[in-house]
Design a binder for this molecule. Structure first.
Ligand code: PEP
Length: 249
């Protein structure tokens, strides 16, 4: 069994309730019992509401908490109704933040705003999980690389150091479809070379899009892949933990 340092990032999206503390306790116990998983990084990106409740449950665990968005204003506090700043997240116990998810880009989130959010979050010492990925028509017309390159323009020499890139083809999210191994290897190679050339560093890159306990056997072969961003399969104990177990089989 490989003890490679692998990220399993759960993106709960708009799911969960106070009762989800049972699920979080079970995942914590699973992680604590499996010493073999000691080198895995399990990160639960949950709705803001549950951060302090889950932080308490996870206090004796290596599992970290993440959030799924943040305000793009530079201030830590201010008259911004309905907003949450990176500083507030940091103080609440958040270590990671998902930015640029396609579900937010679809609602108008753009590179300009994502870049501000990344800069502000890095100032508050948060780690960024930056989602990039193309639509089905971009994929079909073989314009994926050009498209992904445009999404990477939100990064700078400073912010890349705190950033994990999550490659999530939009046509794969929630559809049960995953790209071919060959296509993934090519895309991961592009992302790796891009960062090496532009920033002289080897980036951490996750794959996201319909990852589950069955296809993890194929996905774990992606070259240069540091882990996975997991939506649907992270919402149930069995599907999430079987996926992790199967990675190490
Ligand atoms: C996601 O939206 O980040 C995601 C990976 O979703 P799913 O695993 O459900 O495709």
């Amino acid at each position: 069994m490989s003890l490679k340092n692998i990220y399993f990032v759960a993106n709960w999206k708009m799911h969960g309730s106070i009762n989800s503390s049972h699920l979080v306790k079970k995942i914590r116990n699973f992680s604590n019992k499996n010493a073999k998983l000691g080198k895995s990084k399990i990160i639960l990106c949950v709705p803001y509401l549950f951060i302090s409740l889950f932080k308490n449950i996870l206090k004796n665990s290596s599992i970290k908490l993440g959030a799924q968005n943040v305000s793009n204003v530079p201030e830590d506090y201010g008259a911004y109704t309905g907003s949450i700043s990176p500083r507030m997240l940091k103080d609440a116990g958040i270590k990671y933040i998902i930015l640029g998810h396609s579900e937010l880009r679809e609602k108008g989130e753009n590179n300009n705003s994502i870049k501000k959010k990344i800069g502000n979050s890095v100032k508050s010492n948060l780690n960024i999980i930056l989602c990039v990925g193309e639509s089905y028509s971009t994929y079909k017309t073989k314009k994926s690389i050009k498209f992904i390159k445009s999404q990477l323009q939100v990064l700078t020499k400073k912010t890349i150091k705190n950033t994990i890139i999550a490659y999530e083809p939009i046509w794969s999210i929630g559809t049960g479809k995953i790209p071919s191994e060959q296509y993934l290897n090519k895309t991961f190679d592009y992302l790796t070379q891009y960062c090496k050339k532009k920033y002289s560093l080897k980036p951490k890159i996750l794959y996201g899009g319909s990852v589950n306990e069955n296809n993890i056997n194929v996905l774990k072969n992606i070259y240069n892949c540091s882990g996975f961003l997991i939506g649907g399969a992270s919402l149930k104990y069995k599907s999430f933990t079987n996926l992790i177990k199967n990675y190490y089989k």
